[in-house]
Ligand binder design. Structure first.
Ligand code: COA
Length: 271
């Protein structure tokens, strides 16, 4: 695959982002616990670079987004950086903003948000931009933006509607209502719930369980599900079938069958 030939350029770990790669899992931690891991310019700049690096790194099969400390995953944009109103043309041309919103869409590997405490505004948008969400029982989800005279503008209005449906999405966006973790699980905003003290361990186990599977199958299965979102059923079926025909010709699919027959653990190579 293309990745072997590339030099992987992660942004410096430390400061507002901590980056760690182990056991095929890249853990990216928003590291501003004193201000609820809010998104500042440094994070806005470095996170897309980190995602791109992890996506091209052959030593990474799954990406986990975390928040440092135990009070918040991320309480949204750093309101202290809000300044004078921008002219509309400045806003539209703000490349950093567009880069930030698009960065998640380009990632082929699965992304998991491991969420504790406050998951508000841009924090919820990051969580929604991930493919999977595992939450601690103390998690709280909401969009405060309209109360600040803006809207969830980093994909929030679009992604929340696709995850929850129009009715609940509008309730959250227009009223700023918060959902607790149990409700988030019940409505499908998160797919797993754990005790707060177990989040780090359980999210690691979750990530490693996906990372242990043939990586191309995982990536193309993600592509089939996400790529089919906007397609009529017949076209979605066609996409699925095309991706499957790629997978049945991979070494890893043969290895999986051989390992099953030989009653041994498979060794996957990502090809
Ligand atoms: N931007 C900047 N600083 C923030 C912040 C944000 N979005 N959210 C929290 N903080 C800071 C607080 O100012 C405080 O800093 P301080 O100790 O220097 O005063 C610290 O984080 C802890 O927050 P605090 O409000 O004391 O804790 P809390 O448990 O009472 O409330 C929140 C936590 C997250 C509910 C509350 O801070 C809040 O509503 N924040 C705003 C969230 C928001 O509107 N996000 C969307 C932005 S578009």
């Amino acid at each position: 695959m293309h990745a072997e030939a590339q030099t992987i350029q992660y942004p410096a770990s430390g400061g507002a982002l901590l980056i760690e790669v182990a056991e095929y899992v890249c853990s990216i931690t928003l590291n501003r616990p004193e201000s609820m891991n809010t998104i500042n310019e440094e994070i806005r700049h470095a996170l897309p670079i980190a995602l791109r690096a992890a996506d091209s790194d052959p030593a990474v099969r799954v990406i986990v987004l975390r928040g440092a400390g135990d009070r918040a995953f991320c309480a949204g944009a750093d309101i202290r950086e809000f300044r004078a109103p921008q002219a509309p043309v400045q806003y539209r041309q703000n490349k950093v903003h567009q880069h930030w919103v698009a960065a998640f869409e380009a990632v082929r590997k699965p992304m998991i948000a491991a969420i504790q405490g406050y998951c508000l505004g841009g924090g919820l948008e990051i969580a929604l931009a991930c493919d999977l969400r595992i939450a601690a029982r103390n998690a709280q989800f909401g969009f405060p933006e309209t109360g600040l005279g803006i809207l969830p503008g980093a994909g929030g209005t679009q992604r929340i509607t696709r995850v929850l449906g129009m009715s609940l999405a509008l309730d959250l966006v227009l009223s700023g209502r918060r959902l607790d973790a149990e409700t988030a699980l019940a409505v499908g905003l998160v797919s797993r719930l754990v005790d707060a003290g177990d989040l780090a361990e359980q999210s690691r186990v979750f990530a490693e369980s996906i990372a242990a599977r043939p990586p191309l199958a995982v990536q193309l299965a993600k592509e089939a599900v996400l790529g089919g979102r906007e397609l009529p059923l017949a076209e979605g079926m066609r996409l699925e079938s095309d991706l499957q025909s790629l997978l049945v010709n991979t070494e890893d699919s043969v290895e999986a069958a051989n390992a099953f027959r030989e009653k041994r653990k498979p060794v996957f190579k990502g090809r």
